[in-house]
Design a protein around this ligand. Structure first.
Ligand SMILES: Cc1ncc(COP(=O)(O)O)c(C=O)c1O
Length: 481
């Protein structure tokens, strides 16, 4: 694309998408010839589908040049929506190969400065110091409840609002569509109850055998109370979701299809868009559990077409908190369980009960900033490399459950070691300095489907702060068991 055409193209088509946070990192622009063409500040709040094609978009913020992807996916300011004042710079120069510096990333985590390799991300990730600092700063500088006529209360109100904006940008939705809660399970129990108040006996709910129980039991309880029917969508032998079975099980009584974006046991991803389409074709809601997927890639509820989605920031480098997205027109029709004087707007707020954990919202903001500073492209590429390394290095004595390559999965691996219980293997790995899990991790149905008993399987989860050395060390330790 010719450089001189760009301002026109930008004016017509570049509508930044808040969730385009591709490959932002500190990277010298080098010999490019940047051209400032706009100010993101003026574009704050706009959303759309178009992206530039065939050019590199570089964003400069303060003195730190950042760049987005090349080619068909050329993207916009990864920080859009949060630091709207940064100018867009367009360059036609070739992209330099960007190296991901895992040691620089790890230096941001005090928690990682110990001789323990954390493969327990699926149970909760470590948090960088900036998240810890944000939480303690809140207590020092802003601690108060909302709605008080004084400074710290106003600061807290601003923080809550900012957290909604950040969560909206993180999930690809409006800030009004955000509900904060204690964790995913608590939100799920509240929202399933609120959503189904008008459903009738005999109405049906589809859940899947790939789900964590927190996306199943809330429905079982609602079904118990209201005489609804819960049906389980099967998984295939390779642990992928059986969409034909899903289609077969949809009926004109189906009210919701609840499913995971990725399995917290075997790492399998699902075809979220397709599931949402199938649900909508049957006039049912598409209800996604993105808890496990959270640290592994960008979430985009608008692009995915889901009606409701819940995730947990403690799985993506933030504090213990839950965040839900609900389509605004849907939430407006649900009657919330709340105290009478509680605010009715924004609509997501109606489903929050009592005082929010303000300090954790401060930590949440810092966690999203942290992810933005690394960029999903870097995170995905690093995890894929380490995931392949793990899969390729698995010793003969290991039985892996789930997909054998990094296609259609995240780097979460369930396995057993010949001649040894999962508990014993995990305990010995823990003693050797490798933090892994064992059991069913509340993924009750998938473990049953795999024929695994109470002992379940060992689980090792890779996130972007893990290193190749840690993976090699884990593989050697497994071999030694
Ligand atoms: C896929 C999945 N869904 C739901 C949950 C429950 O999340 P929370 O602890 O936030 O209630 C988990 C927790 O491990 C999970 O992995």
């Amino acid at each position: 694309m010719a450089l001189e055409l760009l301002p026109v193209v930008l004016g017509d088509f570049l509508v930044p998408r808040p969730h385009d946070r591709a490959s932002a990192r500190v990277d010298p622009v080098g010999d490019s010839q940047p051209l400032v063409v706009g100010d993101l500040g003026q574009r704050r709040g706009k959303r759309g589908r178009d992206t530039l094609k065939g050019v590199v978009v570089v964003v400069q913020h303060d003195d730190v040049p950042r760049r987005a992807e090349t080619g068909p996916g050329a993207a916009v300011d990864p920080l859009f929506g949060r630091r709207g004042h940064a100018p867009i710079v367009v360059t036609s120069s070739p992209v330099s190969t960007v190296t991901y510096d895992v040691e620089a990333v790890r230096a941001r985590f005090s928690a990682l400065q110990r001789p323990l390799a954390f493969f327990d991300g699926p149970g909760g990730t470590q948090v960088p110091d900036e998240v810890i600092d944000a939480v303690s700063r809140y207590y020092r500088e802003s601690n108060a409840n909302v709605s008080g006529p004084y400074e710290t209360s106003r600061r807290t109100e601003a923080l809550v609002e900012q957290a909604r904006v950040s969560a909206g940008a993180f999930l690809g939705c409006s800030p009004d569509e955000i509900t904060f809660g204690a964790n995913m399970s608590t939100l799920a129990f509240a929202l399933t109850r609120a959503s189904s108040r008008s459903w009738r006996e005999g109405d049906e709910i589809l859940v899947t055998k790939l789900d964590h129980d927190a996306n199943v039991s809330p429905w079982l309880e609602v079904a118990h109370d209201k005489g609804l029917v819960v049906r389980f969508v099967e998984i295939r032998d390779d642990t992928t979701l059986d969409l034909e079975d899903l289609e077969r099980k949809l009926s004109d009584r189906t009210r919701v299809v609840a499913f995971p974006v990725a399995s917290n046991a075997v790492g399998t991803r699902t075809d979220v868009r397709r599931i949402a389409e199938l649900a909508h074709d049957a006039d049912a809601l598409a209800w996604a559990d993105a808890v496990h997927y959270g640290p592994h890639g960008p979430i985009d509820v608008a692009d995915w077409g889901v009606d409701l989605l819940i995730c947990s920031p403690y799985k993506f480098f933030g504090p213990h908190l839950g965040v839900a997205f609900g389509r605004v027109d849907l939430l407006e029709t649900w009657r919330p369980y709340k105290v009478r004087p509680a605010a009715d707007t924004p609509v997501g707020r109606r489903f929050e009960t009592g005082t929010l954990a303000h300090e954790l919202l401060a930590g949440f903001l810092a966690a999203v900033e942290y992810i933005d500073s690394i960029g999903w492209e870097a995170i995905k590429a690093h995890e894929r490399t380490l995931g392949e390394r793990f899969l390729n290095g698995l010793p003969e004595s290991v039985t892996l459950y789930g997909l054998p390559t990094m296609e259609s999965r995240v780097a979460t691996f369930a396995f057993n070691v010949e001649g040894m219980s999962a508990e014993e293997a995990a305990t010995r790995l823990g003693e050797a300095g490798y933090a892994v899990w064992w059991g069913d991790y509340y993924a009750v149905e998938v473990m049953k489907r795999l024929g695994l008993g109470d002992d379940g399987a060992v689980r090792a989860g890779i996130v972007h702060y893990n290193t190749a050395d840690e993976v090699d060390g884990l593989l050697s330790e497994i071999e030694r068991l």
